[in-house]
Design a protein around this ligand. Structure first.
Ligand SMILES: [Zn+2]
Length: 287
């Protein structure tokens, strides 16, 4: 008798660390339940800034960040990591954003065809990517969202990307989303303290104020990853070069204080098949 295929998830993201900082708890949770979790990481993360002490033994930032990613993948229990090897595009308006090898310079069809190939080859039940604003408006996050969306729509159509394998229809496409209410609170507190909420994060490229103004996406599925919360923390620690923020800033401390109040849950909007806004489930595999 043929053995039944394991349930599987394909996650399509932009940078080495997106898998751990974003929805790592959910990935570790499903891996711990015997689900095959595959990750597509579109860029090498070569634009992240790195302090020299982390470069020991590595020739390039891309090599270092790939090593950090394999460390994280082990803690999360990922089945495989697929690198598309684009260059990190940095933020809009920076010279990196103009580089010909960067993800945003690649034609949408080229990236979508690659993602289609992996959907057809791995035959995941569930595909996950960023929301349409890429979580925080990072150009690479938006680019891989667009490519994954297009790939999902093409995967079961024999006329689309015929070179990318035999048609396959996954069960669902989800966007990882996070509640803006939490950010609005952080922005209010930062402003009260005279801080600039538009220059947040290690690379000062996260505009919390703009994010807080974004509309909330529906949260159709909330996955509780409490039993494996430690694995998410260990995976995040693998990305040491991106965690090194020097002495903790007041802004960072406030953000972390708020975040520690949040329960161990990740939220997802179901994009396909479409569902009512008030649909609510606690498992990505529920129909
Ligand atoms: Zn990212």
């Amino acid at each position: 008798m043929a053995s039944k295929k394991n349930k599987s998830i394909l996650v399509s993201l932009a940078h080495p660390d997106d898998e751990s900082f974003g929805m790592g708890g959910t990935l570790a949770y499903y891996a711990s339940q015997g689900v095959d979790v595959y990750l597509i990481c579109a860029t090498n993360g070569d634009v992240g800034t790195v302090s020299p002490e982390f470069m020991n033994g590595y020739d390039t930032i891309a090599e270092l960040r790939q090593a950090e990613l394999s460390c994280a993948a082990q803690h999360l229990g990922l089945k495989d990591v697929i690198l598309l090897n684009y260059r990190d595009s940095g933020m809009a308006g920076t010279p990196d954003n103009e580089h010909p090898d960067c993800l945003v310079a690649a034609p949408l069809d080229e990236v979508a065809e690659k993602v289609t190939h992996y959907i057809r080859k791995l035959q995941p039940d569930v595909v996950i990517t960023f929301d349409p604003v890429g979580g925080y408006h990072h150009p690479d996050h938006i680019a891989i969202y667009e490519a994954t969306q297009k790939a999902y729509e093409a995967a079961n159509d024999p006329d689309k990307y015929p070179e990318a394998g035999a048609p396959f229809q996954p069960q669902a496409l989800y966007y990882h989303v996070f509640p803006r209410r939490f950010l609005r609170l952080v922005v209010r507190v930062l402003k009260l303290l005279g801080r600039d909420p538009s220059k947040f994060g290690r690379n000062e490229d996260i505009d919390l104020e703009m994010l807080a103004g974004d509309e909330d996406y529906p949260r159709h599925v909330e996955v509780d990853f409490k039993p494996v919360a430690d694995k998410q923390k260990q995976a995040a620690q693998c990305h040491a070069s991106q965690l090194d923020m020097g002495p903790p800033s007041l802004t960072g401390r406030i953000f972390n204080a708020f975040r520690s109040l949040a329960p161990s849950k990740d939220s997802f909007m179901r994009a396909y098949p479409p569902t009512a806004d008030d649909f609510h489930a606690t498992d990505l595999f529920v129909n």
